[in-house]
Unconditional design. Structure first.
Length: 402
């Protein structure tokens, strides 16, 4: 079984941009039965900058730079292109109104329920790490979806992804022409399919300093599944642009001692995890508890519409094959009570765990939701499958590896 990297690197005036979108499901009638996705490729021009230690002073070290794929702009630092859009509450948005604050700018599809869900979780966690200094940082996202450009559409996404209470979260939108102009001015590639209304967009993060200059470029994607670590690094990179950065403490775990995420490879030992049970957070379950049988590990979130569509298939396969295979679901993005109620509503009876910190999803290099890993009885990672799996597909996979 081989791993097929996703061809995601596209040249643009500001460096290389990673394109992400809904990953198609392919079931091959052979040993290589599942499409496998590799981790994010590093930003080309960041390869030398990141290796030198601190990329943005004073708080970003090599490990944090690697996690963010951070590429500081060389002198003279360019001014960030102007924006004139509308936020989720129908108010005018411009970059100039945030002078004096650090801005983390992204482009986000307001119908995206997979990869962008991970970014939303990172922002929520980053605000916790920032504490009272969240008032000095703005997380500004520009709608990449011209098919749903209304303010209510971006507000619905905001509210549905736990960001309604974040006063420093701004989801800006506008006419299709305005959105296209914004993406072009920042060099962010966007691919549109008018027939399906699918959108594939770049995953750049632009770190803009209080004077409105574009200080550094990063990426969100697979690495952002490590919620606690990625959120801390993102918050620190934003704070480092403030004039009083040295006096600000950013909470959360530092990624300085984080090992390279290379443990999620096919035919290698599956990354271990110990996580709280969704319905009983006081109790934990480890991957080791499932050894002895093939184990299906499904990463999901209640805010992910594709996950909602997939859950009945998971339950169907569990009822049919639960005696010969283990099933475990890992929620990566929800309040445990909300997720437990969601699972009950959909009749899910296999074990469910909570990964709010992103430890397991980061270790498995989850590229988006849903995502399924199949682990052999001996603990070897056999399958990495991004996207929805039908009951028939999953059952075929299990029959092929048992």
């Amino acid at each position: 079984m081989s791993e097929t990297p996703k061809p995601a690197v596209v040249p643009n005036p500001r460096g290389a941009a990673l394109l992400w979108g809904a990953v198609g499901v392919m079931l091959l009638m052979a040993v290589a039965i599942v499409l496998l996705v590799s981790g994010l490729a590093p930003h080309p021009s960041a390869a030398t900058d990141v290796q030198g230690g601190s990329a943005v002073e004073p708080g970003i070290n090599k490990a944090a730079s690697n996690l963010l794929q951070l590429d500081p702009q060389s002198e003279p630092v360019p001014a960030a292109p102007a924006l004139s859009l509308t936020d989720q509450d129908g108010k005018h948005v411009s970059l100039s109104q945030y002078r004096g604050k650090s801005v983390v700018l992204s482009f986000n599809d307001d119908k995206c329920e997979d990869l962008c869900t991970l970014l939303a979780q990172d922002v929520v966690a980053a605000n916790k790490d920032l504490g009272t200094h969240a008032k000095d940082v703005v997380f500004l996202s520009v709608n990449a979806n011209p098919y749903y450009p209304s303010a209510p559409a971006v507000k619905e996404w905001t509210d549905g992804h736990g960001l309604a209470g974040a006063s420093n979260w701004v989801f800006a939108t506008g006419t299709p022409g305005q959105l296209a102009k914004a993406a072009t001015s920042y060099g962010v590639p966007i691919e549109l399919d008018p027939k399906t209304r699918d959108v594939v967009h770049g995953t750049e993060l632009f770190f803009i300093d209080p004077s409105g200059r574009e200080a550094a470029l990063g990426q969100f994607g697979t690495a952002s599944a490590s919620t606690d670590l990625y959120a801390h690094a993102m918050a620190q990179a934003a704070v480092d642009l403030l004039p009083n950065a040295a006096a600000i403490h950013v909470a959360g775990p530092s990624p300085a001692a984080t090992a390279s995420q290379s443990g999620a490879s096919i035919n290698a030992p599956a990354p271990d995890f110990t996580l709280p049970q969704l319905a009983h957070p006081e109790s934990t379950t480890s991957l080791g508890a499932f050894k002895g049988k093939v184990t299906v590990v499904n990463f999901w979130a209640a805010t992910c519409t594709a996950c909602v569509a997939e859950m009945p298939a998971m339950e169907q396969s569990y009822k049919k094959l639960g005696k010969t295979a283990n099933f475990v679901g890992i929620d990566v993005a929800d309040n445990p009570r909300t997720a437990a109620a969601f699972a009950t509503k959909y009749g899910t009876t296999y074990p469910l765990l909570s990964d709010a910190a992103g430890a397991a999803s980061g270790a498995y290099q989850v590229p988006g939701l849903p995502f399924t890993a199949v682990i052999g009885a001996d603990g070897t990672l056999l399958v990495r499958h991004p996207g929805i799996m039908t009951a028939e597909q999953l059952e075929y996979v299990l029959q092929s590896v048992t």
